[in-house]
Design a protein around this ligand. Structure first.
Ligand code: ZN
Length: 256
């Protein structure tokens, strides 16, 4: 038993921290003798070993440890949280990465549940300190079948890839369209000849700023977007599947 009550605060903190470690139970740290610095040595050594171990793990993870999540196995976490659905999402990600985006990390966090805005199938949160994170809607994706999950995940992976490679991740960006054209033969089995802005046409509309003497133009020309094609490009690839496409048997997944 240590007698620390007569020590200063720093020594007290050192000894209590060392004794709290699960390791401490297996080691004979000896008693702390008041006034005997030598008796503190095992405690200091134990904490130093722990600090070295933390540094070693951080180095193994690579990069700046403060910017890394402390979970390196998102797949195991997802299996623990969502069972078969979590396992499927991560295995699907691995296949998508291998086939289309080898630059992406081996694993990324994929969250399954109810997504924001009600109707979203999936979402990608790009710009926070731990890197991109994908959210998948539990019922509207897994409930429709594995190949639907693949499509939604592929869509989200494209957002992630654009984000991580410094491109514009938005649906109406030239980068999105370029990637959709590049990936479509492999994903949909056919070329997709889509061009950004091609569904815009010029129309003449009343000038909202019309004011005699100030702005005499009664009408002005505006570009308006024709419905449909862009909406489908923004929901690539699933919006391009035939109506009778076989998505497979639904995967059970808790709603929340
Ligand atoms: Zn999207």
């Amino acid at each position: 038993m240590t007698s620390v009550w007569e020590w200063d605060d720093a020594t007290l903190a050192l000894v209590t921290a060392a004794e709290r470690l699960p390791l401490a139970a297996d080691l004979d740290l000896g008693d702390v003798v008041v006034g005997d610095v030598e008796s503190l040595k095992p405690y200091r050594l134990l904490l130093a070993r722990l600090a070295a171990e933390v540094d070693r793990v951080r180095a193994a993870l690579g990069g700046d440890p403060r910017s890394l999540p402390n979970c390196t196995d998102y797949r195991s976490a997802a299996v623990a949280l969502w069972g078969e659905a979590g396992r499927y999402a991560h295995d699907s990600y691995a296949r998508i990465r291998a086939a289309h985006f080898p630059e992406l990390p081996e694993q990324i966090p994929i969250v399954i549940g109810l997504t924001a805005y009600g109707g979203c199938l999936g979402l990608t949160r790009g710009g926070w300190e731990h890197g991109p994170r994908i959210s998948l809607h539990s019922t509207t994706t897994f409930g429709r079948g594995p190949r639907y999950v693949d499509d939604v995940l592929l869509h989200e992976c494209l957002h992630v890839w654009l984000h991580l490679t410094g491109r514009n991740p938005k649906h109406d960006s030239a980068d999105w369209y370029t990637a959709v054209r590049r990936l479509s033969p492999a994903v949909l089995g056919r070329e997709l000849d889509v061009t950004r802005g091609s569904d815009r046409k010029s129309v003449r509309v009343p000038n909202p700023n019309h004011q005699p003497g100030v702005d005499d133009r009664k009408t002005i020309v505006r570009k308006v977007r024709q419905a449909s094609e862009h909406a489908r490009v923004a929901r690539w690839p699933y919006a391009w599947r035939p109506a009778d496409f076989d998505y497979g048997e639904q995967i059970p997944c808790p709603t929340y």
